[in-house]
Design a protein around this ligand. Structure first.
Ligand SMILES: Nc1nc(=O)c2c([nH]1)NC[C@@H]1CN(c3ccc(C(=O)N[C@@H](CCC(=O)O)C(=O)O)cc3)C=[N+]21
Ligand SMILES: [Mg+2]
Length: 294
């Protein structure tokens, strides 16, 4: 049996249409347009593509987006001053500082400086803590997108065994918290996990987020499992540049029940969730309750 494909692109388009719909209503009923500030320090070509995509998709969803491109030599103090200004700007509801930052800037300091209510990445310790306490908060965009894909793919998540490969602050850890809130049994694995293949074999849900091309193999997968590939690895094979996930897609597609492709899986959902978080933050700034369409 071949797995069904989880079409992240289509799900993301639906989510963006919903954001656009709600943004239109916010503007009509409250005169409020959600604003997203995107800060990019230096010029990494990959970051450049993401930022351009985010700006375009924000505009299409009816959000105001304000792009701040700073030179690589920007000092930490200058960046912190910009964040202070954005924190105080009533037209800005969401602030995203594109990571990674140049080596001379302390990432943790920058994340701490962002007002938690505008932290649409969900990286501020206040938001991290609220998520781990199971409280409502701004959720990191990639795990949020994965959760929406899972909810749309599986009839229920309750009681399922989810194995997450990768314990990053950006994906693995918040993913574990979210799935616990969904009543999954969660195993969080990483590079030192012993007998990783055997642990993954017990999973009803596999989330691969380690940044190792095609690490998860076909014979690691319980037949029918739902496999979410968060990896976006740039490789060159036969002289051609390729985007490959953390999952050996050609093998796993033969065993799994459902699988996300790379590209076109989790990536588009990450950006759509960023837009949704900006909408949520804008509503929060005025005490407006957002109907949860998804
Ligand atoms: N503060 C911060 N927040 C982020 O959320 C953040 C960040 N920094 N730094 C970089 C990573 C990476 N990231 C991606 C988002 C969408 C795609 C995406 O849409 N990918 C497409 C393919 C894009 C391509 O072809 O390169 C896909 O998977 O189909 C990829 C990567 C967000 N990041
Ligand atoms: Mg690791």
């Amino acid at each position: 049996m071949t797995a069904s494909l989880i079409d992240g692109k289509a799900h993301a388009a639906k989510l963006r249409a919903d954001v656009r719909h709600q943004a239109t209503r916010l503007l009509q009923e409250y005169g409020l347009q959600p604003g997203l500030a995107i800060v990019l320090v230096g010029s990494d070509p990959a970051s450049d593509v993401y930022v351009r995509n985010k700006v375009r998709q924000a505009a299409e969803a009816g959000l105001a987006s304000l792009e701040h491109r700073l030179p690589t030599e920007t000092s930490e103090a200058e960046l912190l001053a910009l964040i202070e200004q954005l924190n105080g700007d009533p037209a800005v509801h969401g602030i995203l500082v594109q990571l990674p930052l140049p080596a001379h800037i302390n990432e943790s300091k920058v994340i701490h400086a962002i007002a938690p209510s505008k932290d649409v990445d969900g990286f501020h310790p206040i938001n991290v803590g609220q998520l781990s306490a199971g409280q409502e908060t701004l959720i990191p965009c990639t795990p949020y997108g994965v959760l929406l894909l899972l909810r749309n793919t599986l009839p229920s998540l309750e009681g399922l065994h989810a194995v997450i490969v990768g314990r990053s602050n950006i994906v693995g850890k918040p993913m574990a918290q979210l799935l616990l809130s969904e009543h999954c049994t969660v195993t969080l694995t990483h590079s030192r996990t012993r007998n990783l293949a055997n642990v993954v074999r017990g999973a009803d849900i596999v989330i691969a987020a380690v940044g190792k091309p095609r690490l998860v193999r076909g014979d690691w997968i319980k037949p029918g499992a739902c496999v979410i590939d968060v990896g976006i690895n740039r490789v060159v094979e036969n002289g051609e540049p390729y985007l490959v996930g953390d999952v050996a897609f050609n093998e796993v597609v033969e065993i799994a029940g459902a699988i996300t492709p790379v590209p076109g899986g989790v990536g588009p959902m990450t950006i759509a969730c960023l837009l949704r978080n900006t909408l949520i933050a804008a509503c929060g700034s005025r005490g407006i309750t957002l109907s949860n369409a998804l």
